[in-house]
Design a protein around this ligand. Sequence first.
Ligand code: MLT
Length: 393
Amino acid sequence: MKINENYLNLKDGYLFATVAKKTKEYKEAHPEKDVIRLSIGDVTLPLVPAVIQAMHKAVDDMSKAETFKGYGPDFGYSFLVDAIINSYAKKGVSLSFHEVFVSDGAKSDCGNILDIFGGDNTVLVPDPVYPVYVDTNVMDGRKIIYANANAENGFLPMPDESVHADVIYLCSPNNPTGAAYSKEQLKVWIDYAIKHDAVILYDAAYEFFVTDETLARSIYQIEGAERCAIELCSLSKTAGFTGIRCGYTIVPDALTKNGVSLNKLWARRQSTKFNGVSYVTQMGAAAVFTDEGEAQIRESLAYYQENAKIIADCLDELGIWYTGGKNSPYIWLKCPNGMSSWEFFDYLLENANVVGTPGSGFGNNGEGFFRLTAFGSTQSTKEACNRIRNLLK
Ligand code: MLT
């Protein structure tokens, strides 16, 4: 018996697990302290009423033989797939039914999608980056190359024509930096992907945070994307589904390699290894796309956007450099006084009892940077900012 030795090449712990462990240890040692977490991007507002009502109805359906549901369709109930197609139509993107795959979230899909790519592909990821993109490729032993994101390029790296990649990860608005590509910049990436016969894995988990109407809400709003991009979407941050789990992935028909349809490969993979998302969850998810549901989630998003502004205003006042906070729930800041990311993590935890995420956990270029999230309560966000202000002024 042989283990997958690629796992031995992974860093010791998954970033958010390490942050959670350090926070727990601090809390155990200082039970009297009120620790505020602005670290993992986990939502705090409850599900909106439209979603709750739909889920209650779904539970009732499960209680009667006439409406009970067993296994659902592999790729999602038509009531949800149609709602997703309709939401894309509002963005000017036309999708066919079989191009939409409902799943239990973007994190799983982002790892699972690699099943349809050969192990000898070269993978390009920005640095810093959501650690799942890197770790899942390390697990498969793929070669990873990095696109440098830094303060000079606003943490929005552009392709280097002299470097070849087969699979490219883009996330916009970005996790962890909160920076968002313009449509023109995305077009440059699409042209690069087409020229290099590469596939872009486009993580659109934060698209609902886009308020600037000149920015893309889907990569398919840019010409040519359907020939080179797979889009991964999530209801986690959009509608508070972090604990419920539901997302969807779009694999366009036009995306083929050597005459093979990637849509067919993904369909084959999903119907073999995945049994679909629960009926109750999908009923809740469909409610997100109703007029009522969307109006309600817009209120929750506005709440988090206000928190982002509170953090951004605090950093402006302190003269600290940052990206994000607009069109994004993340604020990516430069650690003050030349501190390293983990030094600042400890300093903030011990002196302000505020937890953030060290930028170096997202890649080498994240060293010296730090991420705060706007997903806390407004009260705790204000309190965290007061403490940060007092500590750093
Ligand atoms: C984050 O904090 O980066 C996210 O919550 C992680 C995730 O979505 O898995």
